[in-house]
Design a protein around this ligand. Sequence first.
Ligand SMILES: NC(=O)c1ccc[n+]([C@@H]2O[C@H](COP(=O)([O-])OP(=O)(O)OC[C@H]3O[C@@H](n4cnc5c(N)ncnc54)[C@H](OP(=O)(O)O)[C@@H]3O)[C@@H](O)[C@H]2O)c1
Length: 316
Amino acid sequence: MENYNIVAKKVPTFYFIGVTTGKSSIMKVFPLWMKELGRPEIVIEGVDLKIHDEPEAYCAAVAQIKYDSLSLGALVTTHKIDLYEATRDLFDYFDPYAEITGELSSISKLDGRLEGHAKDPISAGLSMDHILGEDYFERTGGYVLCFGAGGSAVSTVLHLTNKVNKGDRPDKFTVVNRSQPRLDRMKAMVEYLNTDIEMVYICNQDPRRNNEIMAGLPEGSIVINATGMGKDIPGSPITDEGLFPLNGIAWEFNYRGELDFMHQALRQSESRKVFVEDGWVYFLHGWTQVIAQVLHIDIDDELFARLDEVAATTRK
Ligand SMILES: NC(=O)c1ccc[n+]([C@@H]2O[C@H](COP(=O)([O-])OP(=O)(O)OC[C@H]3O[C@@H](n4cnc5c(N)ncnc54)[C@H](OP(=O)(O)O)[C@@H]3O)[C@@H](O)[C@H]2O)c1
């Protein structure tokens, strides 16, 4: 502890560990939510770290929470894998999802213990269930094509492989990533899970090839942009000529930025009958899951609907 520069907070503080935290909608939404939850004294503080930052930077952010009593916990974005790997020794507990996925998105405290949870499989899953409803794959025969094999893609795969009802699992899940390591990481996790979903791993970053892969999907398939392109980096994984599956779903994981992929899909919403979803519901589930964990409260459907309503007032 003596190596860390711990600040004794004067008010209960909830941290948001990310890259450009000030730009996130949560900065406006959080105070409104705390008011709604009857905890207006809790403030949010952004911690901006570089992508693949030094292990010491991750340790300092986690130590602040561990050793300061008014530092309640944090939501972690972008750094989920790096932070988990750098700070393992500071934690007293990891939930099974954090252990399986090798990342964490929630830091909280309970009875003096520092706990890490991976909430993404739950929040990605709740968002997907909201979009698809029950028996989607049995009803449509669609497959899933996911561009990007990072943390959110892994969470999506984990959610689908965990589905008990066969109609909620696609026959085939194709994942395309621009480099090989994340594909290998996902493959190792899926092999451990022993699923009946046929997994196809493709290393590619040529958007024209992605168009071809997308063209091979059956009707009703879901195409996900989990690359961060259109927000974190410019562009889209496909070109404007790429054809979305008829009666399919295009799901952009982000809700802010240029969102090129989402706009490409919107242009086909009538001609190809594509249903288009952005990352807003995912954002709501991601945050409410972590807030519930850090504050040790239950956010049921009724409360979630109220928080959704409050958050919607901040959207342009
Ligand atoms: N709405 C929400 O609340 C919410 C929740 C979760 C995530 N998201 C968003 O979803 C995006 C992904 O999140 P994440 O946590 O999964 O990020 P991540 O771990 O950084 O993963 C992104 C992956 O996309 C790959 N990629 C980048 N460009 C590509 C391309 N042209 N073709 C194929 N793959 C490409 C990267 O490849 P490399 O391995 O080569 O780097 C990386 O594996 C982020 O923009 C994030 O903000 C939103």
